[in-house]
Design a protein around this ligand. Structure first.
Ligand SMILES: [Zn+2]
Ligand SMILES: [Zn+2]
Length: 92
């Protein structure tokens, strides 16, 4: 699965303690502590806003990322569950 970071999401907030908590709360696996990028082995420090690359699905999703992967401008491959960033269907 290939995703691309969304820009302009830094000020977005939800009702969870953080977007990383949001990911754990709504489908993320508690035993996954690493960044979702397949080529990265850093610990995840935040929940990054992404969308799927080159599909018709324009939904926004959260995946666990490290700081540097959260700044990638090119698409990258992930090994992670996608959790919806839409508060209406998650933490509202
Ligand atoms: Zn939330
Ligand atoms: Zn990373």
């Amino acid at each position: 699965m290939i995703v691309k970071n969304l820009n302009g999401t830094a000020s977005k907030k939800c009702n969870c303690a953080s977007w990383l908590e949001h990911w754990y709360n709504f489908g993320g696996h508690g035993n996954q502590r690493n960044c979702a990028n397949t080529t990265c082995s850093n610990l995840a420090t935040l929940g990054g806003h992404v969308k799927l690359h080159e599909t018709n699905d324009h939904s926004h999703y959260i995946v666990p990322l490290c700081n540097s992967c959260n700044k990638l401008s090119n698409p990258f491959r992930i090994k992670s569950t996608l959790v919806s960033a839409n508060k209406q269907v998650t933490c509202k």
